[in-house]
Ligand binder design. Sequence first.
Ligand SMILES: Cc1cc2nc3c(=O)[nH]c(=O)nc-3n(C[C@H](O)[C@H](O)[C@H](O)COP(=O)(O)O)c2cc1C
Length: 137
Amino acid sequence: MRLLLYTSTNLIAEDQRALDALMVQCRTNNAVDGITGLLWTDNVRFAQALEGGEEAIASLLDRLRTDDRHADMHVIWDEVSTERHFGAWSMVMPAEDVLAQLYEQRLIQFLQRLPPALGDAFAGIVRRGSAHAGRSG
Ligand SMILES: Cc1cc2nc3c(=O)[nH]c(=O)nc-3n(C[C@H](O)[C@H](O)[C@H](O)COP(=O)(O)O)c2cc1C
């Protein structure tokens, strides 16, 4: 199992249809690939947590690096782990789902163990992203 956390610049900000289409693509692919994850956006940046088999995550990372819906990817955490930590969703935006919010809290606690220079940017997107989704939903 590999756990990957990254941030990137959102190039489809404010385009709800493009974001909806992205979520459908994520859920469909990830269900097949055995990948689970959480995705946040504050409409400026994305923050994504991904967990899955090492090969599946490596293949997804290659696709992500050439996806023009975002740019400026920064991988802030990449570890091989023995178990899934952040839930069973093929992909979810936590503000949509009460249980996923528990995993969001777990992720925020995890981020506090990282060097602030890495964890703070991710945590900021998580906090602002939830607030944004809460307002619109
Ligand atoms: C912010 C962001 C998150 C993404 N997350 C995933 C993901 O979790 N799983 C996935 O398969 N593709 C994800 N994608 C899409 C991939 O970059 C790529 O377009 C897709 O996997 C291509 O596969 P397909 O053409 O077979 O659907 C994401 C793209 C962006 C911009």
